[in-house]
Design a binder for this molecule. Structure first.
Ligand code: F6P
Length: 419
């Protein structure tokens, strides 16, 4: 097989470990010098391919690439950009193939969630139809943990650890203050339409009465009166109440309790800001003093408290994606497969992109307690191993040290892309 270049891009909301996947891709690709020429990274995801802004990762030292493993966020820039269907926007696809041809790119690795796997799948189909075969491999990523087929998604374990640690610590704080001051603490977490992140916060509680006392899931329609009863009962019993609310919680009318306004390129409503609403409701109806926090980007950027399991898995899917390409596979994504033994184990399997694209996996009913406000033992068994282990970044002068890349762009060969 002849030698060709590889294009890698990051897509969608970034995570604490997406760069560990990039590290897995680049380090592995460097082990195939006879088959893979340069690894180009798209500047800001697929937008970089359209605008021919290709970062030459070959110019980055082995040390810098290795440091990606402990660097949060998207080192090459990410994007929210949806490719329409070929019929709706032929020009875009033609442009992509033109850029790939001009730079001799025959491997396309796209690191993202369900929407991004859809993009990778579309390009795979098209390249076959157009007779310019490009090997397309998806690399899973999403803090939302909502991709099907894979047992869990890289990025999730670290966000899960951050929110569980945070609610345990903040819970201790409120417990200290509740006698004469704050009674209620509300922490809002991400996850869009799925309650995986909110559910994982439940790991903070090890004994009856431990925070969080109430979890509000997108999968459970918000019932105002039942919620207030629960909070009142909790304060009466424990003196305080720690609440975790998912940004995607909906009311009986099917609308999100909070929409920050606007939508992204995929039509996803921007969410955020439900914590102050919930806190205000508690104050108005029950009179308790409150504090609230919206974990927002802090949760998905928190590399300092990443899960070691998550870091390993993120690296492994990046590595496997290159190995899949080298093995001649196409239109597939490495998936994490959980072993069936009593001790947690995992391996890398394979998922067709067509099965992964555009599907949102929600929390199963069996993971949410009868009353809808907590997680079950089955959920704990699922979540617990995913947050295990610490993988601290190196610190200097008290601050974590993260990779700084040159991000040198390759010389353009084509006319500018007008979009
Ligand atoms: O899809 C991951 C995610 O972090 C969601 O949990 C969140 O709703 C969304 O991204 C935020 O996206 P953005 O950073 O584009 O506003």
């Amino acid at each position: 097989m002849s030698k060709a270049n590889l294009f890698y891009a990051q897509s969608g909301g970034v995570t604490a470990v997406i760069n560990a996947s990039a590290c897995g891709v680049i380090e592995t690709a460097r082990k195939y010098p006879e088959r893979i020429g340069t690894v180009f990274a798209g500047r800001n995801g697929i937008i970089g391919a359209l605008s021919e802004e290709l970062i030459d990762t070959g110019l980055e030292s082995a040390e810098t690439i290795a440091a990606l493993r402990h660097t949060p966020a998207g080192a090459f820039g990410s994007c929210r950009y949806k490719l329409k269907s070929y019929r709706e926007n032929t020009r875009e696809y033609d442009r992509l193939l033109e850029v790939f041809q001009a730079h001799d790119i025959r491997y396309f690795l796209y690191n993202g969630g369900g929407d991004s796997q859809d993009t990778a799948n579309k390009i795979a189909q098209l390249s076959i139809e157009q007779g310019f075969p490009i090997t397309c491999i998806g690399v899973p990523k999403t803090v939302d943990n909502d991709l099907p087929v894979t047992d869990n998604c890289p990025g999730f374990g670290s966000v899960a650890k951050y929110v569980a640690v945070s609610i345990r610590e903040a819970g201790l704080d409120v417990a200290s203050m509740c006698e004469s001051s704050t009674r209620v603490f509300v922490m809002e977490v991400m996850g869009r339409h799925a309650g995986w992140i909110a559910g994982a916060a439940g790991l903070a509680s090890e004994a009856a009465g431990d925070p969080p006392h109430v979890i509000l899931f997108p999968e459970v329609i918000f019932d105002r009166d039942r919620f207030l009863d629960k909070v009142r009962g909790c304060v009466e019993e424990h003196g305080y109440c720690a609440i975790v609310v998912s940004e995607g919680v909906k009311g009986p009318d099917g609308k999100f309790l909070s929409e920050a306004g606007g939508a992204d390129a995929f039509g996803h409503t921007q969410l955020g800001g439900v914590a102050p609403l919930i806190a205000e409701l508690v104050k108005r109806e029950l009179g308790y003093k409150y504090h609230w926090a919206v974990a927002d980007y802090l949760q998905r950027a928190a590399r300092h408290i990443a899960s070691a399991t998550d870091v390993e898995q993120a690296y492994a899917v990046g590595k496997a994606a290159v190995e899949f390409a080298m093995a001649g596979k196409n239109a597939v994504m490495p998936a994490i497969v959980r072993g069936s033994g009593p001790e947690y184990s995992w391996s890398i399997g394979e998922a067709p992109l067509a099965d992964v694209a555009n599907v949102e996996k929600k929390m199963p009913g069996g993971y949410i307690s009868e009353d809808g406000f907590n997680i079950t033992e089955a959920a704990r068994r699922y979540f617990a191993p995913l947050i295990r282990g610490e993988d601290y970044p190196p610190y200097r002068e008290g601050m974590p040290q993260y990779a700084r890349l040159q991000r040198t762009l390759v010389k353009k060969k084509l006319a500018d892309w007008a979009g």
